[in-house]
Design a protein around this ligand. Sequence first.
Ligand SMILES: Cc1cc2nc3c(=O)[nH]c(=O)nc-3n(C[C@H](O)[C@H](O)[C@H](O)COP(=O)(O)O)c2cc1C
Length: 186
Amino acid sequence: MILFVNACVRKESRTLRLAKKILNKFDDEIKEVQLEYIDFPVMDEEFINRREQLKSEGKYNDPIFKYALDFVKADMIVVAAPYYDFSFPAMLKQYLEQINILGLIFSYLETGEIKGLCKAKSLYYVTTAGGPIINDEFGFGYVKAFANVFCGIDKVYQIKAECLDIIGADVEKILKDTDVEVEKLR
Ligand SMILES: Cc1cc2nc3c(=O)[nH]c(=O)nc-3n(C[C@H](O)[C@H](O)[C@H](O)COP(=O)(O)O)c2cc1C
């Protein structure tokens, strides 16, 4: 199963178009989580305590764990996130905050090291930007570290299209130019 984490919101989303080119390359079943329709709970003390309580009772069928369980079980993950404010939409951070559960996504070894518990071997991060992406570390870099360190997903790639909103930009050509990179994906 491919988990498609969709943080796109516009009907004409270029990021979504690019993500679909990647998804179409694979025959696997796709499970989409469309972030704009999720009413993420605030990670306050009450929420944290309730989740800890459910964990201690082994009640992993509670809806509180459903996004994390889908993430852990996926064979591959595709994240589509437009470039917002040097990074990605806040809802993607909310999603990662919700799924990053000790005992599900990762565990600690006796040495103190983090052991990722996710099945996926690869994650593709797809983004498009109005101007140039000033520093990949603020968006892709964060997701890459999350996937590498917490989830144990080694292969994390970015596919991006930049400068789409600059006056005179040939949007179709910029998007088409990503074909070469997409073709190489396995
Ligand atoms: C809320 C918001 C924040 C944005 N921030 C940036 C930014 O910091 N840098 C940039 O180059 N483009 C920025 N843009 C432009 C988008 O990155 C660009 O239009 C992108 O292609 C939108 O993706 P979409 O077509 O999938 O919606 C922003 C757009 C929005 C709506």
